[in-house]
Design a binder for this molecule. Structure first.
Ligand code: HEM
Length: 231
């Protein structure tokens, strides 16, 4: 391979890594906002349903945000898959690959698996909460129609359903804990010491997000089966 085609290949690889990183940041911002909104479940049905209504009231603006999010997700997933394939092609000797598999490629592998798990979870998630009628029969708790709050409550009172969510949000946390240091390494703007610090910050953010989301199904299960108090 000539020097110019090698440098061209490296440039396009870095551009792809940057695209994965920037679209990843957009998705992380959505996840943080989504978690903040969902934590209103702990305040009560009125606060949570009001938040959901306010979002729905955004009308066309909400659709602009949704389309932006879908575009970011498609670009993120397709470019990440492309990069993973390019990495494989660049290292055709599988045994040598395993022998020299460093910290970064191990994290990359984990990210591909957790990424696939998150994508699968999203289909279930939209089926659970976005597509159903928000104040339909599935929203009734203890004889009272609690709207979207009731729908979430009833979904998580099923232990198997809750377990799937806890596993899925753990995959989200794991994915994020690697993603943040990965973006920093790609950008290469920080010193080694600062990069190590960002690695720790990334892990803490991943853990906080996973625990924050997991707290919701756990809260519903504890109330349904241990405390015995309905919504
Ligand atoms: C315990 C965890 C979670 C709960 C209780 C929850 C709750 C909800 C609810 C109630 C909705 C429907 C909102 C509405 O239609 O008004 C929703 C939509 C959505 N959630 Fe979650 N969520 C959780 C975790 C996640 C995670 C981890 C992700 C991303 C990886 C995610 C991504 C989405 C997306 C993309 C939508 C569709 C947004 C839209 O239609 O505009 N959620 N979630």
């Amino acid at each position: 391979m000539s020097a110019s085609s090698l440098s061209q290949r490296l440039t396009t690889t870095v551009a792809k890594e940057l695209l994965v990183g920037i679209t990843g940041i957009i998705l992380v911002l959505f996840i943080i906002g989504h978690l903040a909104g969902n934590l209103l479940i702990f305040v009560g049905p009125e606060a949570f349903n009001l938040y959901a209504e306010k979002l729905a009231d955004l009308g066309p603006l909400l659709w602009v945000a949704r389309i932006g999010l879908i575009a970011a997700a498609i670009a993120h997933i397709s470019t990440a898959i492309l990069l993973a394939r390019l990495n494989r092609i660049a290292r055709p000797d599988r045994y040598a690959h395993i022998a020299y598999m460093g910290k970064k490629s191990m994290a990359t592998r984990t990210m591909i698996f957790s990424g696939i798990a998150i994508l699968a979870f999203l289909f279930l998630h939209l089926y659970d909460f976005t597509f159903p009628e928000k104040a339909g029969p599935a929203s009734v708790v203890a004889g009272e129609n609690l709207g979207l709050y009731g729908l979430v409550w009833n979904t998580f009172s099923n232990p198997l359903h809750s377990l799937i969510y806890i596993i899925a949000v753990s995959a989200v946390g794991l994915h994020l804990s690697h993603a943040i240091s990965s973006v920093v390494v790609t950008l290469g703007v920080l010193s080694d010491k600062a990069t190590d610090k960002m690695d720790i910050i990334g892990k803490v953010i991943g853990l906080v997000i996973a625990l924050g989301f997991a707290a919701i199904p756990i809260y519903v299960l504890v109330h349904t089966y241990i405390i015995g108090v309905e919504a």
